[in-house]
Ligand binder design. Structure first.
Ligand code: FAD
Length: 444
C-alpha cells in the first residue's frame, strides 16, 4: 500500500469518525496484529460479537478462520457479512457447478437465476449507535484515527482525491443527477485522456468501503426503470459493477490468482526479466508521451481511466516490453487508490492476454491510441509540462520534430525528455509472433 492510498484511507477513517460522533457514537482505531489486539480487548471491553466483511483474498480468508477459532476459544460470536460485493460468490460458484471456467456471459446467466442482490441487512437507527458507545470515553484519545505523521507517511504525496463517505456520496450524487448520462453510459465510448474523469471515479470509494456497491446498484436500477432505453452489460454502468463481481467470483475459486505459476487459468508465458526497462515504465521515462503521461497521473493522483490502464498494461506486457503482468500488477497495487487483489490481477491477466481475453493480435499503438480522443494533447501537456510547447503534430512523437523545432519548444529529446525506449513497430511484431508460438504450443 503506497502513500497515496494511506492518506486516502486515513481521510476515510476521519470522515467515518466524524459521522459516528455526530450520531452520538464513536470510532476506536486499534493498531497492531489482529490476534494479539483482539485477545487484549475481548475481555477488557466485554466484547461479545466480532463482525467482518467476507473477502476473497487469501490473507483475509485466513484471518477470518483465525478469528473464528479465537471466538470459540474466548467465547465471542463471529459474523462474516457479504458487504464488499453484491453477491455471495460461493452461491454463484455453486450454480456454476463448483469452479471455473466461467465466462462473463455465463456469469450473467447465473446472476439472472439469483435475481437482484440482497439489500443491506437493515438500516441502523440513532439508538443503535448510541448503544455502541465506546467502553471508556476517557480512553478514546489512545484509539483516535492515526495521523499520517504517526505512521511515517510522507506528507508531500497527497492525491487530489479525498477519502471518505462524504466525498464518495457527493461524487455519486453528482453523476446520478444526469440521468441521461447514466442511462446511456457505454464504457468503450468514455475518454481515457479527459482532464477530469469521464467515468464515475467511484472505484477508490468502493475499494476502501466508503461507499456501498449496493447503494450504487439500486440507484442505477431506479434510473433504468424510469428511462425509455438504457445501455446493458457489459458496457453499462451496472455492467461495470458486474465485472467487479465477475473477478471476485473467479478469484475466489482460483488458486494462485495473482501469480502465473500454479494458476490454472493463466497462460504460461516466458516473459523477459528486465529491471531497467520496468523502472523506465514505472517512472514515466519510456519516451512515449502518452504512456508517460498516464504513468505520471498514476503516480501523482492514484487513479487513471480504464482505457489508460489498458494502454500502459499492454505496453508493459504483450505490446512492447514483454515484461510479466505480475510486475505491472505490483506497481498498480502500490500506486492505485482503488488497488484490489482480485480486480487488479484479473485485469492484468486480461490485458496481457494471459486469461479471459483472446484477441491478442490487437495491440495498442502508444502513439495513435491517445491521439484519437485528444488530438491536441492537452492531457500530455498537463502531466508532462516539459513537452507543453510542442505543436499538436509532435506532441505524441516529439522525437520526430527537427532540432530547430525542439529548441523552439524548449525541450531537446535525449536531453530533457527521453527518446522512445523501443521501436514500437519492430517489438510489437516480434511479440505477436512470440505470443502466437506460446499459444500454439500450449494448445497442443
Ligand atoms: P466506472 O466505469 O465508473 O465503473 C463503476 C465501477 O465498476 C468502478 O468503480 C469499479 O468498481 C467497477 N469496474 C469498472 N470497470 C471494471 C473492471 N474492468 N473490472 C472490475 N471492476 C470494474 N479496478 C479496481 O477497482 N481496482 C484495481 O486494482 C484495478 N486494477 C486494474 C488494472 C488494469 C490493468 C485494468 C485494465 C483495470 C483495472 N481496474 C481496477 C478496473 C477499472 O479500470 C477500474 O475499476 C475503473 O477504471 C475505475 O474507474 P471508475 O470508478 O470511474 O469506473
Amino acid at each position: 500500500i503506497g502513500a497515496l492510498r494511506w492518506h486516502f484511507l486515513l481521510q476515510s477513517l476521519q470522515d467515518l469518525q466524524k459521522s459516528l460522533c455526530q450520531l452520538g457514537s464513536c470510532l476506536l482505531v486499534l493498531q497492531g496484529e489482529y490476534e494479539p489486539v483482539l485477545k487484549a480487548h475481548i475481555q477488557k471491553w466485554n466484547i461479545t460479537q466480532v463482525t467482518l466483511d467476507a473477502e476473497m483474498e487469501p490473507f483475509y480468508k485466513e484471518m477470518e478462520s483465525n478469528i473464528r477459532r479465537l471466538g470459540e476459544e474466548l467465547g465471542f460470536e463471529v459474523l462474516s457479512l457479504v458487504g464488499h460485493s453484491l453477491y455471495d460468490t460461493k452461491r454463484i460458484l455453486e450454480l456454476n457447478g463448483g469452479s471455473p471456467p466461467l465466462t462473463y456471459k455465463k456469469f450473467l446467466h447465473i446472476l439472472s437465476l439469483l435475481g437482484d442482490p440482497e439489500v443491506p441487512v437493515r438500516n441502523l437507527t440513532a439508538e443503535d449507535f448510541q448503544r455502541c458507545r465506546p467502553p471508556d470515553l476517557g480512553l478514546a484519545e489512545c484509539y483516535r484515527v492515526p495521523l499520517p505523521v504517526d505512521l511515517n507517511i510522507p506528507l508531500e504525496s497527497l492525491s487530489p482525491w479525498k477519502g471518505g463517505e462524504t466525498e464518495g456520496l457527493q461524487r455519486l450524487e453528482q453523476h446520478l443527477t444526469d440521468q441521461g448520462w447514466v442511462a446511456h453510459f457505454t464504457k468503450p465510448k468514455t475518454i481515457p485522456n479527459s482532464l477530469l474523469p469521464s467515468t464515475t471515479g467511484l472505484s477508490p470509494y468502493f475499494s476502501v468501503g466508503c461507499l456501498s456497491v449496493r447503494t450504487f446498484f439500486y440507484r442505477l436500477s431506479n434510473i433504468y426503470a424510469q428511462a425509455k432505453h438504457h445501455s446493458l452489460p457489459p458496457v453499462s454502468l451496472q455492467g461495470q459493477l458486474l465485472w467487479r463481481e465477475f473477478f471476485y467470483t473467479v478469484a475466489s475459486a482460483t488458486p494462485n490468482f495473482t501469480r502465473m505459476v500454479g494458476n490454472p487459468i493463466c497462460l504460461q508465458i516466458p516473459w523477459y526479466e528486465d529491471a531497467e526497462k520496468l523502472h523506465k515504465w514505472k517512472t514515466a521515462q519510456t519516451g512515449f508521451p502518452w504512456i508517460d503521461a498516464i504513468m505520471t497521473q498514476l503516480q501523482q493522483e492514484g487513479w487513471i481511466h480504464h482505457l489508460a490502464r489498458h494502454a500502459v498494461a499492454c505496453f508493459l506486457t504483450r505490446g512492447d516490453l514483454w515484461i510479466s503482468w505480475e510486475e505491472g500488477m505490483k506497481v498498480f497495487e502500490e500506486m492505485l487508490l482503488d488497488a484490489d487483489y482480485s480486480i487488479n490481477a484479473g485485469n492484468w491477466m486480461w490485458l496481457s492476454a494471459s486469461a479471459f481475453f483472446h484477441q491478442y493480435t490487437r495491440i495498442f499503438c502508444p502513439v495513435r491510441f491517445g491521439k484519437r480522443t485528444d488530438p491536441e494533447g492537452k492531457y500530455i501537456r498537463k502531466y508532462l509540462p516539459i513537452l507543453k510547447n510542442f505543436p499538436p503534430k509532435y506532441i505524441y512523437e516529439p522525437w520526430t520534430a527537427s532540432e530547430e523545432e525542439q529548441k523552439q519548444a524548449g525541450c531537446i529529446i535525449g536531453q530533457d525528455y527521453p527518446f522512445p525506449m523501443v521501436n514500437h513497430k519492430e517489438v510489437s511484431d516480434h511479440n505477436l509472433q512470440l505470443m502466437k508460438q506460446v499459444r500454439e504450443e500450449q494448445q497442443r
